[in-house]
Design a protein around this ligand. Structure first.
Ligand SMILES: C[S@@+](CC[C@H](N)C(=O)[O-])C[C@H]1O[C@@H](n2cnc3c(N)ncnc32)[C@H](O)[C@@H]1O
Length: 323
């Protein structure tokens, strides 16, 4: 793709068949319609509907599974081997999406939970305030997962916990954006969430795709992070409103304002341990522990000396001690 984006106002299944070649996409992030009559969503959300763009296209619940199979198979075809796909889903038709994924060769990596504010109000049951983010990959290639793209391995919170580890836990608490008085799409995803997915699972100039662009939030985040963007939105009103906005986005403008790590993966992380190295580690741990009398502190020193991750060292110390 030569330009920064190619976006189409069309049905995503037909659009992908016509415009996207096999194995051409590095990352898909998409939030399909929910199959719960989108026109009734305002009954749940407390907001002024006149600011919401009309024409949102829903899928009938009875068609939801077949529709999901069709678009997910297209997504699988266009994704490169090793490429990642994140599908956002509420609870109502999650089962159809999971079953549709099982009709493909895509492999599950994580099932994330996104907890947001402004949950759907209910009075006689619990308030629903989470989404599912299904993270899958197309097998057969190298996965892009930039472990230290956001937070370095040695950054700690006030109680000494690893910030990198916390950032990669599978429950994310991210607020929805409140845009009073602004024209918007029905269910826009927050920029913070999209930035996180894009940072971990793609590199600059790679191609990101969204099959259901809605308010073009994925497109805006991807271009802002200097990725290339393609995707589809069937609603002409939404397309006509948001497409011209893309021109105003300076590619890469977000890169200077977001927190990044140095991508400083320890040199030996992921390499197999040989038995001599395990003995050396065990003996060195004994020395350090006798000085510091603190296991965590000793392991932190060993992390630097052995250029490996904290838990890898912890496991090998256990292994050494059981010998
Ligand atoms: C949940 S919204 C996406 C919201 C989007 N992630 C955002 O942040 O604004 C789903 C969108 O898919 C669109 N849509 C429904 N069926 C479609 C289809 N077959 N092809 C392309 N877009 C479709 C709807 O009009 C709606 O805008």
């Amino acid at each position: 793709m030569k330009s920064k984006y190619k976006i189409y106002c069309t049905d995503c299944i037909e659009g992908a068949q016509k415009h996207l070649s096999d194995n051409s996409i590095d990352l898909i992030i998409t939030d399909p319609p929910y199959g719960i009559s989108g026109d009734l969503l305002h009954k749940h959300y407390h907001r002024k509907e006149s600011n919401v763009i009309s024409g949102y296209v829903e899928i009938k619940q009875s068609d939801y599974f077949d529709f999901s199979v069709q678009w997910i198979k297209e997504a699988e075809r266009v994704l490169r081997p090793g490429g990642s796909i994140y599908i956002l889903s509420g609870y109502s038709n999650l089962v159809d999406i999971l079953n549709a994924l099982r009709q493909t060769n895509l492999e599950e990596i994580n099932h994330l939970i996104w907890k947001y504010n402004f949950g759907v109000y209910t009075s006689k049951k619990y308030v629903s305030s989470h989404y599912h983010i299904l993270y899958y990959e197309k097998p057969g290639g190298k996965r892009t997962f930039n472990t230290f793209s956001r937070i370095d391995s040695d950054e700690k919170n006030s109680t000494g916990g690893s910030l990198n580890y916390l950032d990669r836990e599978d429950v994310w608490i991210i607020n929805r954006e409140y845009k009073p008085g602004k024209i918007k799409n029905k269910n826009e995803l927050p920029l913070e969430l999209l930035i996180k997915l894009i940072q971990y699972s793609s590199n600059e100039n790679e191609v990101v795709c969204d099959f259901f662009l809605g308010g073009f939030s994925t497109a805006k985040a991807a271009i802002g992070l200097n990725r290339k963007m393609t995707g589809f939105e069937i609603n002409k009103n939404s397309f006509n409103h948001h497409y011209p906005e893309l021109k105003k986005i300076m590619p890469g403008y977000l890169l200077n304002s977001i927190k990044t790590g140095k991508n400083n993966q320890p040199k030996n992380q992921g390499k197999p341990w040989d038995s001599r190295e395990i003995v050396k580690l065990g003996e060195r741990f004994k020395e350090l522990y006798s000085v510091h009398k603190n296991k965590k502190k000793s392991i932190e020193i060993l992390q630097k000396e052995f250029s490996r991750g904290y838990f890898s060292i912890l496991n090998k110390i256990d292994e050494f001690q059981k010998r």
